[in-house]
Write a protein that binds this ligand. Structure first.
Ligand code: DAT
Length: 171
């Protein structure tokens, strides 16, 4: 049975991991957190001194994922989206969170100073949404509010329904 590939993207802290893991457990699809995968496989090509974080080796990430993506049924979670092959994804969700909620979430994650401000600005300037519409066909890019547990539940319902319909239409 053919199943779709889904990209969950957005600023750190918007709720990609929470949504992705729950979606995988409800649908039996495979959840992949690109940040965790890079860490585990040391898929880095240097160190960003300004942001004090390793630089992702995008080519190696793509090589590692290629086989799985061609089988379908994968949910990919990453806070960027412009380096994945466009053909991988059948739908792209950009999660969006209001500043006050996002600020609290990032602060309780231990972000402070420039890192906290930069991430809040990333959300204000809808940087990842713009990256998504430049990287994928506009009709497959959808923004989802991700402020409250009710939003999470609604997003889960909507995406699960979309997966069922896609699976029916493509098998
Ligand atoms: P991300 O993977 O985008 O960095 P996350 O899933 O780790 O984000 O979520 C960050 C925090 O926010 C975490 O404590 C769970 C919480 N959270 C996620 N989605 C939420 C929602 N819809 N309503 C309230 N809290 C949410």
């Amino acid at each position: 049975m053919r199943r779709p590939n889904i990209l969950l993207t957005g600023t750190p802290g918007v709720g990609k991991t929470t949504l992705g893991k729950e979606l995988a457990s409800r649908t039996g699809m495979t959840y992949i957190n690109v940040g965790d995968m890079a860490k585990a496989g040391k898929l880095y090509e240097g160190f960003d001194e300004e942001y004090n974080c390793p630089i992702l080796d995008e080519d190696r990430v793509i090589d590692e994922l290629e086989d799985k993506m061609s089988e379908g049924g994968v949910i990919v979670d990453y806070h960027g989206c412009d380096f994945f092959p466009e053909r991988w994804f059948h739908i792209v969700f950009v999660l969006r969170t209001e500043n006050s909620f996002l600020y609290d979430r990032l602060e309780s994650r231990g972000y402070k100073g420039k890192k906290l401000q930069d991430n809040i600005q990333c959300e204000i300037f809808q940087t990842i949404y713009e990256e998504a519409v430049l990287s994928y066909r506009e009709e497959i890019v959808h923004q989802l509010p991700s402020n409250t547990p009710e939003d999470l539940e609604r997003n889960l319902d909507q995406i699960t329904q979309w997966i069922e319909q896609w699976t029916k239409d493509n098998n």
